[in-house]
Design a protein around this ligand. Structure first.
Ligand code: CRA
Length: 839
């Protein structure tokens, strides 16, 4: 299919006209919208003026898309997610619209530096990490593939916290993304919906004398939608991200006001607004947090009501709802949608239970993103009873019917009933959200082959046995628009000039690069680009303790959330090992390495925060030691986020994907690195397995135990102390930390890390240590042969096509959503010169 570029002509005169209009646009926005005069304008004013000008260019497409969806017979995908980690919009929108060059030129002619303006944007960090960023990549692919879609989530006033370092410790600062103004969203105040909480349920007779149940909430809040247009790449489709913000309903204020309690009313208003105040960091135990549960219910209820409204705009009833909406539950965070939709159908729209259940189960599908037992959500029954009494009744009824089915299938097996029940009755009673999601939808998917296999064999084994066709795999993917075109312009340009640009929408086309891995001129250009990208980092960050970072060094990068299962401390033990080797043997022939870290720790995760302090402490000593710092340096980039990701992936030589096998569901950073020509050192975990299959075992540095070996090792009685006693280098490295070498003699500071490793080592760092160090030795040797390294890097990029989110989304469309592309025609013109005539 040929993709028509939206509406920007290419001829020279058109080009001049466009630039002229853009320049006038900047000036207009500055003057009329922002109310400032050029001389007084701040960088933020310029950023806003440019962004509003660009946004105007998206409007025609946006409005046409919405109209086309309303008028035509298309199915809409609703992606329900508590997190959307969108990253900065401006640059991405320029690329997807295809007007980057014109805007850069117009900016330059207006005396502005587009790069500086792009860098100024405060990114909307409304997600913790992989899961939220995946949702953002999926929205990009949905729009680019011309699939009608709405992303539904929460407009957190404070997103992911900003991270700073204070004497090597993580410090959390509040994120203020909305402070400078958000030019990308539209507030739709008149599309607000109401959401209840608390209260009681009652029976009543309807007009036909039929006995019904209704929920009488004790409180109401209003959900206000804020819409952000999501552009596809060079297509007319502009989908929508609809985020809900909580406000107190007016009627409520007035009621209080009338009895004279003005301050009480204001207090109520504040309470209502706390619902969408802040994003919960993951790795926090949230079972007891009513606010977190209510956040989930709030956005889910708003979204279901919104979909019903959209549906009833076109149809008389909800009978065919599941033909018109496919609703994806991004993990269990939105799983309360199952009883909420049942309530809306049965209590509000008066469907009988069976018909309602039919609609519900045909509408929902659930993606599982984790195997970690502590991340599987469950809510105390008592809490649900207080907050959502009607939903608890509905959950009981769903469970009663479901367990009847289980008993019928497995007569006499009480254990299976106990395990599969939506209610956990082993102690304090809980609602198991994963079980609810499995029962309430027609499909369940894991996010990488290995992950899905483990779901089938362990976490969801009973559900898989009951419904063998329900659990499927869809391996994650990432968007090449943001993760190559936007973030790595040099490499994208080289690839374009070599093989054209079809790969941008069809990533498998990168295969055409394979023969170029043997072309010395191409390889040389490839190396120059990697070098230039590395130089950028060296200029951006100066080393605080030692000589400046060396762009010739092997850039060895681990960026991701700090978590013990991801094993940043394994990486660190390797660094300490190299440090010792160099101290003992200054002549050692190893390539210079720059170890780069990035990532945040959940504020209450003590061990992760101590690991950050440990990395920073080792950095201080290593970088400051003239005996080693020409060959070994460490850079911990603070506040890792999407924006920093843009500069990190393009400059990496080596991608660290070293989680304990069986722990990382998929990973997506692993894909971004390989796309940008980094080689991976990794375990057989998550999507690493498939990446290795695609790029070839000979182009991937594999080490460590596989899942089977991990299980066997644990079953045999794993004792980390034995390894410590037997492995001399490891022993010495651990002792160096324990004796205070990196903590100014303080032997207590890092004791919890050491104790954990020696006594329990839950993620088997010591068991994989030697394999890792040996593998890294090999990495160093290959790096000393630049031709070989470059060849491997090119082959990684050439064979990474599978990991485009376009492929993932195409699979979701086919296997789960049953939805097809729906190209948008531009039937509506822009505002006519003579003004508009209201109907
Ligand atoms: N933390 C997994 O751990 C996976 C992403 C996206 C995660 C990653 O391995 O790549 O999801 N899981 O599928 C998660 O958030 C609630 O579970 C993640 O980001």
């Amino acid at each position: 299919m040929t993709k028509k570029k939206a509406n920007y002509g290419n001829s020279q005169t058109n080009e001049r006209k466009t630039i002229k209009k853009l320049k006038r646009g900047f000036a207009y926005k500055l003057f009329y919208q922002l109310g400032v005069w050029t001389q007084n304008a701040s960088l933020n004013d310029y950023y806003l003026a440019v962004s509003y000008t660009v946004r105007d260019r998206m409007q025609q497409l946006f409005i046409n898309t919405i109209r086309a969806f309303q008028q035509k017979d298309s199915k809409i995908v609703s992606y329900l997610s508590a997190e959307f980690l969108m990253g900065p919009h401006l640059h991405n929108n320029l690329i997807n619209l295809g007007i980057y060059d014109q805007v850069a030129q117009a900016a330059a002619e207006s005396g502005l530096d587009l790069q500086q303006i792009i860098d100024h944007e405060e990114e909307p960090g409304l997600g913790n990490g992989g899961l939220g960023r995946l949702a953002a990549c999926y929205l990009d692919s949905l729009a680019s593939l011309e699939i009608p879609a709405i992303g539904y989530g929460i407009r957190y006033e404070f997103g992911m916290f900003d991270q700073a370092f204070d004497n090597g410790w993580q410090k959390e600062l509040s994120d203020r993304w909305l402070q400078p103004g958000n030019p990308w969203e539209f507030k739709k105040a008149d599309m607000a919906v109401e959401v209840g909480s608390g209260g009681y349920t009652e029976q009543y007779k309807d007009d036909h004398g039929k006995l019904r149940v209704r929920w009488v909430p004790g409180k109401l809040v209003k959900g206000i939608p804020y819409d952000t247009p999501i552009l596809g790449y060079r297509v007319n489709t502009v989908n929508m991200l609809r985020l809900w913000s909580a406000e107190a309903p007016k009627s409520f204020d007035f009621a209080e006001f009338n009895v004279g309690d003005y301050l009480g009313a204001v207090h109520e208003k504040m309470l209502a607004e706390t619902i969408s105040k802040v994003l919960y960091p993951n790795d926090e135990q949230s079972h007891g947090k009513a606010l977190r549960l209510y956040q989930q219910y709030f956005f889910v209820s708003c979204s279901m009501q919104d979909m019903i409204r959209i549906h009833l705009f076109q149809f008389e009833n909800l009978d065919n709802f599941s033909d018109k909406f496919a609703v994806q539950l991004n993990d269990t965070h939105p799983a309360i949608a199952v009883p909420e939709f049942m309530r809306l159908l049965v209590d509000v729209h008066h469907y009988d239970w069976d018909s309602a259940w039919e609609i519900v189960t045909h509408t929902f599908a659930y993606t599982n993103h984790t195997l970690l037992p502590e991340a599987l959500e469950k809510w105390p029954v008592a809490m649900l009873a207080g907050l959502l009494p009607r939903h608890l009744e509905i959950i009981y009824e769903i469970n009663r019917r479901f367990l009847d089915l289980v008993r019928l299938e497995y007569p006499g097996d009480v254990d299976v009933v106990r395990r599969m029940s939506i209610i956990d009755e082993t102690g304090e009673r809980y609602v198991r959200m994963a079980n609810l999601a499995c029962v309430g939808g027609h499909a369940i998917n894991g996010v990488a082959q290995l992950h899905t296999k483990l779901l089938k064999e362990h976490t969801l084994v009973d559900f898989h046995r009951l419904w063998p066709d329900k659990l499927i795999n869809i391996t994650n993917g990432v968007t090449p628009r943001r993760w190559m075109v936007v973030s790595n312009p040099r490499l994208s340009q080289l690839i374009r000039s070599a093989i054209g640009e079809e790969w941008i929408t069809d990533l498998k086309k990168l295969q055409a690069l394979e023969p170029l891995a043997e072309d010395s001129a191409f390889c040389e250009k490839w190396q120059q680009i990697k070098f230039a990208n590395k130089q950028d980092i060296c200029t951006m960050f100066a080393c605080k303790q030692g000589p400046n970072y060396n762009p010739q060094a092997l850039f060895d990068v681990q960026v991701k959330r700090i978590h013990e299962y991801k094993r940043q401390h394994l990486n660190l033990l390797h660094i300490v090992t190299l440090y010792q080797r160099l101290k003992n043997n200054p002549e050692l022939d190893i390539p210079p390495r720059l170890f780069i870290f990035g990532g945040k720790a959940a504020p209450s995760y003590f061990m992760a925060k101590l690991i950050i302090k440990l990395i920073n402490s080792v950095a201080e000593v290593v970088n400051g030691d003239p005996a080693v710092n020409k060959r070994l340096q460490i850079l911990f980039i603070p506040n890792y986020n999407v924006q920093i990701g843009h500069i990190v992936y393009p400059m990496a030589d080596l991608s660290e994907q070293i989680s304990l096998a069986g722990k990382e569901a998929s990973g997506t950073g692993n894909m971004k690195f390989a796309m940008n020509g980094a080689l991976t050192v990794g375990t057989l975990d998550g999507a690493n397995v498939e990446i290795r299959e695609e790029v070839g075992a000979e182009n991937f540095f594999l080490f460590g135990m596989n899942v089977g070996e991990v299980e066997a090792r644990r079953a045999a009685g794993y004792n980390p102390q034995d390894i410590y006693n037997e492995n001399k280098e490891l022993h010495a490295a651990i002792n160096l930390i324990a004796t205070g070498h990196f903590s100014h003699g303080d032997r207590e500071l890092f004791r919890p890390v050491i104790d954990s490793l020696l006594k329990h080592d839950p993620f088997m760092v010591l068991a994989d240590y030697q394999a890792y160090v040996d593998c890294q030795q090999q990495v160093g040797e290959v790096f000393q042969d630049p031709q070989r390294w470059t060849r491997m890097a090119i082959l990684n990029a050439a064979r990474i096509g599978k990991f485009s989110s376009d492929r993932s989304i195409t699979e979701y469309c086919r296997k789960i959503w049953q939805v097809k592309p729906f190209p948008v025609a531009l039937t509506l013109q822009r505002v006519p010169d003579g003004g508009i005539k209201f109907p």
